[in-house]
Design a protein around this ligand. Structure first.
Ligand SMILES: [Mg+2]
Ligand SMILES: [Zn+2]
Length: 436
């Protein structure tokens, strides 16, 4: 079993938190080789202990170019690191880059090597790590590795680094609070038997559709069949997402930046179109400034029995799951939290039994255990050279098709991507453009 899967994971969002050392955990003393000069920043121990208690594995990722420059011996770094552990408690991995700026190594931040190696040492992937640092290099390394960055600025952090940071926390306690809050929003949950046809909606632009991808993947892991409602500006992105069986395109006048007048005949036809797709339930993804309620009304008219959405506005009988999320949560996590609230918890990135990457073909997935099914056989991920980023398996792109209200449906597979075997009577994915 993969070591990362032995831990009792409460959230499938993050497994580990990786800290920069100088300026983040301890006050920065340039090229420090003297353990007696190690002084933790205020609140560091308590913040780390909160994360340890919550089950996170902790690591340190630190540039020590003083070694390459001859100002520090490797033993000096080791002694200082030991003093840091003495004061702040144990870390599960230490990753140190001893190289200089001109060495062109793969590990010196903003290169991603330290984060990749720390994740590997902890049995997880960079995507499930948070990197906490005090300067832009830390955030750039996090981004390059595919990890989540949180900047904790100090007086020497430049304003442009603060402005560019994915998220900012005032101190380590606030960073720990943010990590715990974001994790709780996306609980691992209990996987349930697959449900029937589920409609997911993200009716805006391509970027909005792509950041909703992980949440749609979570829904796909728990549904027999997924129908996606998208807008014309998001259609090309929607076609790239795995796990979607049918696409319906509709320009929603209450979302579109150049809205056309809304005609009753158009709504009537869309109600019929959605009813024909037969979703038993729906998960409506929105940006924080949009209301899901008009679309919920259309879906209710189409007979959708269970509808989940984020709504601060009172939804009355339009929503069965009214989810609420604090401001400032990154959109992919916001969407994942809605999927989890709707009963589609975020699946782990790898099979808990064999550690292989999440199967690209949903037929191989057992939602009750989050494991691969035996057929096709559950294969371990191929061995890769240390430091090589793990590539995720590519799913075949959904076949595309044109749809017309007269029922003429023509399907064509995307080049080089055979249609997947289906579990339902809909043997081939269909998609629709609306209005036709
Ligand atoms: Mg630093
Ligand atoms: Zn290096």
């Amino acid at each position: 079993m993969c070591p990362g899967n032995q831990r009792n994971v409460r959230s499938h969002l993050f497994d580990a938190v990786l800290f920069d050392r100088d300026g983040t955990l301890v006050h920065d003393v340039p090229y420090n080789g003297d353990p007696s000069l190690v002084r933790p920043v205020p609140g560091a121990r308590a913040a780390l202990d909160r994360l340890r208690a919550a089950g996170f594995r902790l690591g340190v990722v630190t540039n020590q170019s003083g070694v390459a420059g001859g100002r520090l011996a490797p033993d000096d770094v080791t002694r200082v690191n030991a003093r840091v552990e003495e004061l702040l408690g144990p870390f599960d991995t230490w990753q140190v880059c001893p190289h200089g700026e001109r060495d062109g190594c793969r590990c010196r931040k903003p290169q991603p090597g330290l984060i990749v190696d720390a994740a590997a040492a902890l049995g997880t992937t960079p995507r499930r790590c948070v990197v906490v640092g005090d300067i832009g290099r830390d955030m750039a390394a996090a981004g390059a590795a595919g990890a989540t960055g949180i900047l904790v600025p100090t007086p020497v952090t430049r304003p442009e680094e603060v402005a560019a940071a994915p998220t900012v926390a005032g101190d380590l306690d606030a960073a720990a609070h943010q990590i715990l809050r974001r994790s709780r929003l996306v609980p691992a949950g209990t996987a349930r038997p697959r449900r029937g046809t589920v409609l997911v909606a993200r009716p805006d632009s391509a970027g909005d559709v792509l950041v909703t991808g992980p949440a749609i993947r979570a829904v796909a892991a728990g549904a027999e069949r997924v129908v996606m409602l998208c807008g014309p500006r998001g259609r090309r992105a929607a076609e790239l997402l795995p796990g979607i069986d049918e696409l319906i395109e509709w320009r929603l006048p209450w979302i579109d930046p150049s809205p056309e007048p809304l005609a009753r005949s158009e709504v009537d036809a869309m109600v019929d179109r959605i009813a024909a797709a037969g979703p038993e339930e729906a998960v409506l993804f929105t940006s924080f400034h949009q209301s899901a309620l008009p679309l919920a009304l259309v879906l209710r008219m189409a007979g959708v029995r269970r509808i989940a959405a984020i709504s601060d506005d009172y939804p009355g009988s339009l929503l069965d799951v009214r989810h609420r999320v604090p401001l400032g949560i990154p959109e992919p996590e916001r969407a994942l939290s809605l999927a989890a609230a709707a009963g589609f918890p975020c699946p782990p990135a790898t099979c808990p039994s064999c550690g292989s990457a999440w199967p690209s073909r949903r037929r191989t997935w057992r939602p009750d255990t989050w494991s691969c099914t035996p057929a096709p056989p559950c294969r371990p991920a191929p061995a890769r050279p240390s430091g090589t980023p793990r590539s995720s398996p590519r799913s075949p792109a959904p076949a595309t098709a044109s749809w017309s209200p007269a029922g003429r449906t023509s399907c064509r597979s995307a080049p080089g991507s055979p249609a997947r075997p289906r579990s339902t009577s809909a043997a081939r994915p269909r998609s629709a453009r609306w209005p036709p």
